[in-house]
Design a binder for this molecule. Structure first.
Ligand SMILES: Cc1cc2nc3c(=O)[nH]c(=O)nc-3n(C[C@H](O)[C@H](O)[C@H](O)COP(=O)(O)OP(=O)(O)OC[C@H]3O[C@@H](n4cnc5c(N)ncnc54)[C@H](O)[C@@H]3O)c2cc1C
Length: 627
């Protein structure tokens, strides 16, 4: 068959038609190229003209001189009356309350005051319906910060402006009001929030009245009593990220000077991160990436040999709240990148030039003291109570938690009149102990009043506990087994002592929710939806005369957290812990990590800016200027 075809092939090869076509090939290619090039040029011109026209039309209709004459403002807004226990100005009327009909209508609605402008507050605002409440947000910062990308901002992988969104823009949908200030106290009986504001450099205090108050002030960093923390950086806010970036750049510039001694250069190039949780790990990874991808390309080569990154962790592994598999993966990745992971170590003190720590010798198991010379220390070892939260706990009864204000299952602050103060996010913790409800539970469930709880009564009690402490649900699934386990005298009933032991041990088994954006956002959304439902049922409550203290139960179920997984960036790769399974990987995982955070942005503006930042970094690298 092959032989039979040969003459035909030969004819084709030497036919005059084939020769002509071969000769015209370059010409044809040229013509095709010219055709595509002219199409591309034409398309670009049309595109540029199109975009230009859109921008022109947008500008023509956007930038107009708006003359506003005689804006109605209540005299009470400009000269608030004084009152309350400290005789401070009380903001009964806001400056923009009377400016139009819609704002005026809102003054008749319940006054909802939200303290804080972080993840929790954003969750509430997202779920509120316009027109239901007279909303006021009080925050120390005028913007919301996307905290998970602060480590990236600290080395310039993304710009700080890409992580913030002005609160005024976020509350515009609800026609809300904003006061930049610091909540400092609450007068529970008069429902007044005391706020410290700064005017002309002077601190003044005002009262803001509320019908409902949401406390979402976040947390501060825990110190663990370590001396010298004033020599450390923190990474909680935008200004922290800016300060870190400046110090990191300063260190590299100083280390490059000819007058810098070798020892001093080593110290300047030594970066110490205390805390092996997600923030510490991500910051170490970002500093490492910054060195590898940018610093080493533009700074003297000698720096390459002398840069050191030390990550100090008190536990045996970094990322210890993630699965062991993830911790080990991250540790190996850091080892390969020459990041010095120091586990089972405790920081003893921080000085302006070094970190003193004790590290357990893996062979002798003895703690040995080490000094790490450094000019940069990040302190990221957990959270502590915000001063305002502390004040709230001080004035309320039975608030004894060390790190947060305790709430019930509806996120209402315990000890405050029900339905008035709610707390969400890092500053709050949901009660985990049913012991506080002991008497109430016995009263409700001991139907025959014999001072004992039989199995039938216990079944009823379990349901009531689940409503009060939803996090206990998984520990109460095997009711019969539980009953028999604590019925130590096997008399088919639980004495009050046996019941008390059961409730105490149950409380110990429940772990509090972590202080994460995920928890804060879910709690915020829960409270926002709860308030929306309350507003919807307002007339119903008035006719049925359901008191405020019972309205939450009447409209909603208790808050239930659903864990969507934890993720962390570990340097051009990322790890995902979904509880039942984990994912670890390189660039693909990093893109998944980025997509998740990109999707979580509060506005399309920050979404666009983030995308631009990542593209700019990919093409031109990080900005090395020290501003
Ligand atoms: C660097 C970093 C990375 C993180 N990464 C992740 C992550 O990847 N995933 C995750 O789930 N969580 C992450 N977290 C944790 C997460 O940011 C917090 O759990 C979350 O911000 C808590 O939300 P919040 O609303 O309670 O408080 P915040 O978001 O901290 O907001 C508190 C707000 O209250 C304001 N405020 C404080 N005090 C007062 C006052 N007295 N009066 C008025 N306003 C006040 C502040 O200005 C701020 O606006 C990270 C945290 C940090 C610092």
């Amino acid at each position: 068959m092959f032989l039979a075809r040969r003459p035909h092939t030969a004819r084709l090869l030497f036919s005059p038609r084939r020769t002509a076509s071969t000769q015209s090939q370059p010409l044809r290619s040229l013509r095709t190229t010219a055709k595509w090039a002219s199409t591309a040029v034409l398309a670009s011109v049309v595109g540029v003209l199109g975009v230009g026209t859109v921008i022109f039309v947008h500008d023509a209709f956007t930038y107009q001189d708006r003359h506003v004459n005689r804006v109605p403002v209540s005299p009470l807004a400009l000269h608030p009356e004084r009152g309350g226990p400290k005789n401070l100005p009380i903001v009964h009327v806001q400056v923009d309350d009377d400016q139009d009909e819609e704002n005026k209508r809102l003054t008749e609605k319940p006054r909802l005051v939200i303290v804080g402008g972080g993840w929790g507050a954003m969750g509430v605002l997202r779920k509120l319906r316009p027109g239901d409440y007279h909303v006021t947000v009080i925050s120390t910062d005028t913007f919301n910060t996307f905290t998970p990308l602060l480590p990236s901002a600290a080395v310039g992988t993304v710009q700080v402006r890409s992580l913030i969104e002005p609160i005024r823009k976020i509350i515009a949908r609800l026609r809300g009001h904003f006061i930049q200030g610091k909540a400092s106290d609450v007068v529970i009986n008069d429902q007044l929030l005391e706020v410290q504001i700064v005017t002309d450099g002077r601190h003044e205090h005002i009262y803001v009245p509320y019908d409902k108050l949401v406390v979402a002030v976040g947390s501060t960093s825990s110190t663990h009593g370590v001396p010298g923390l004033e020599n450390c950086y923190q990474l909680k806010t935008i200004s922290d990220a800016q300060a870190i970036r400046r110090r990191v750049m300063d260190n590299f510039e100083l280390a490059s000077l000819p007058t810098t001694s070798p020892e001093e250069r080593k110290r300047l190039l030594s970066f110490v991160i205390c805390g092996g949780g997600p923030t510490g790990v991500e910051t170490a990874a970002e500093i490492h990436d910054f060195c590898q991808e940018d610093i080493f390309n533009y700074f003297p080569k000698i720096l390459r040999e002398e840069v050191s990154i030390h990550l100090i962790q008190s536990r045996e592994h970094i990322l210890n709240t993630y699965s062991e598999e993830i911790s080990k993966y991250a540790e190996k990745k850091f080892q390969r990148g020459n990041i010095d992971v120091i586990t089972s170590a405790r920081v003893i003190a921080v000085t302006p030039t070094s970190v003193l720590c004790s590290i357990r010798n893996p062979d002798t198991k003895v703690m040995e003291q080490h000094t790490i010379p450094t000019n940069f220390v990040l302190w990221s070892t957990g959270i502590a109570m915000n001063p305002f939260t502390q004040r709230l706990c001080d004035i309320l009864p039975n608030q004894v938690h060390r790190k947060a204000v305790e709430t019930d299952a509806y996120l209402r602050v315990k000890g405050a009149p029900k339905g008035t103060i709610y707390a969400i996010g890092d500053c709050a913790t949901i009660e985990t102990s049913a012991v506080d409800h002991f008497m109430e539970l016995v009263e409700e469930c001991d139907k025959n009043k014999d001072g004992k709880i039989d199995f039938e009564e216990f079944e009823d009690m379990v349901q009531k506990i689940q409503l009060k402490i939803p996090m206990a649900e998984s520990h109460l699934s095997k009711v019969r087994e539980l009953f028999q386990l604590y019925d130590s005298d096997a008399d088919q009933s639980l004495s009050l002592n046996e019941l008390m032991v059961l409730l105490q041990e149950l409380g110990r088994k429940i772990t509090a929710l972590p202080a994460t954006a995920q928890v804060a956002a879910q709690q915020g959304k829960y409270v926002g939806s709860l308030f929306t439902r309350l507003a919807r049922h307002k007339t119903e409550f008035e006719t049925t005369k359901i008191p405020q203290s019972q309205q939450d139960e009447a409209t909603s179920k208790p808050f239930k957290y659903s864990h969507l997984g934890s993720l962390a960036y570990i340097g051009n790769s990322a790890v995902f812990d979904f509880g039942k399974f984990s994912l670890m990987g390189g660039l693909a995982a990093m893109y998944a990590w980025r997509s998740i955070y990109w999707n979580e942005q509060v506005s399309s503006r920050t979404r666009s800016m983030l995308m631009i930042d990542w593209i700019v970094r990919g093409i031109w690298g990080r900005d090395l200027s020290r501003l």
